[in-house]
Design a protein around this ligand. Structure first.
Ligand code: MRU
Length: 341
């Protein structure tokens, strides 16, 4: 399986997701600022992957920070990484985890602090792969045999340290011997479905068909789709889910056609401080992502554009939330609290 992100002696190495599938190129981030840039520009993207990248970015920053000004530099490192993307809570979870460790090491020799933070970042990476495998194991049973699974965006190995959340469920179902194929929404405007999900599943030999976003309703109505599985960027206390723009429409269409709509995400995606999805901050991306296709304008110059990167799917459309600790069902206020314990 493709290596999304790796800690190496040279720095943090990432596959450049802005260039896939045409070019398979790796970039090496040698400073925390470069890691922040890679997150902002979506060289690396997907909620769990940016959580891992943020943890590695903090470790990288501390590795190069001056021992004399470490405390103030640590604050700057964390705030720079936290300012990259606002919606995926995993980013803040990764940074907070490093902050807690740093606080517990106060007064220790610099070499020990550096060593501990690097070890923690590598641990976050390994843990994420194990978590995704556990999500897959819990979710595989929900996938109907002999049917098509519809997914939106890319919630695969590329969006995580490896294996994937939604695609982890699909991989686990295939590993369990289920005969399934996948429909991937292209996912306008950044095309994570067309560029990343299709590429990743093809690499694995899992049958995949690309559809444009506006075809989802047609196929959900056809009876061919056995279930929808998507990832999540932030899940509020009541089970409302923020995920890639377009997810909400797919969920409503799935509900209308009585197709179960599942969300697969690690517990680190839960934000139980928020009562509902209305409070989830939604990132606005640059207008050119909508007005241009690979640098070529597709709309008149000066066109007014909205480009929210995520939408919120109300909990009532979600049949279950699949986590590494088990499957939560409505009422989510109760089931998510138990899983988060
Ligand atoms: O803007 P992106 O590509 O970072 O958005 C990613 C998504 O919305 C994914 O579906 C979500 O992070 C789940 S990833 C396992």
């Amino acid at each position: 399986m493709v290596e999304t992100i790796q800690w190496t002696d040279e720095g943090v190495v990432m596959i450049d997701q802005t260039r896939l599938p045409l070019v398979k190129e790796f970039v090496t981030c040698r400073t925390y600022e470069q890691v922040a840039d890679a997150i902002r520009t979506m060289v690396i993207r997907g909620a769990p992957a940016i959580g891992v990248a943020a943890a590695m970015g903090v470790a990288l920053g501390v590795l190069h920070a001056s021992p004399q000004t470490l405390d103030s530099e640590f604050e700057t490192i964390c705030s720079t990484l936290a300012a990259t993307r606002p919606t995926a809570v995993n980013l803040f979870w990764g940074i907070d985890r490093m902050k807690r460790l740093y606080a517990s090491l106060r007064g220790r020799p610099i070499a020990e602090i550096r060593d501990a933070l690097v070890r923690e970042a590598r641990h976050v990476y390994l843990e994420d792969i194990a978590i995704n495998r556990a999500i897959g194991a819990h979710g595989a049973a929900l996938v109907p045999n002999g049917k098509t699974v519809l997914t939106h965006c890319n919630a695969g190995a590329l969006a995580t340290a490896g294996y994937g959340t939604a695609l982890g469920v699909i991989r686990a179902a295939v590993e369990a011997g289920k005969r399934i194929d996948v429909f991937a929404d292209e996912t306008r405007p950044f095309l994570q479905g067309a560029r990343l999900t299709v590429w990743e599943l093809q690499e694995d030999g899992i049958p995949v068909t690309l559809i444009t976003d506006n075809m989802a309703g047609h196929f959900l109505r056809s009876g061919r789709i056995g279930c929808v599985v998507v990832g999540a960027d932030r899940i509020a206390r009541n089970g409302d889910v923020a995920n890639k723009i377009g997810t909400y429409g797919v969920a409503v269409l799935a509900h209308e056609n009585e197709v179960p709509f599942y969300v697969a995400a690690p517990v680190s995606t839960l934000d139980l401080t928020l009562p509902s999805g209305d409070r989830i901050p939604i990132e606005q991306r640059p207008a050119r992502e909508v007005t241009e296709m690979f640098g070529t304008p597709v709309a008149p110059a000066g066109t007014s554009v909205e480009n929210p990167a995520f939408d919120v799917t109300p909990a009532r459309y979600i049949a279950a939330i699949i986590t590494e600790k088990g499957v939560a069902r409505a009422p989510y206020a109760d089931s998510l609290r138990v899983l988060a314990r």
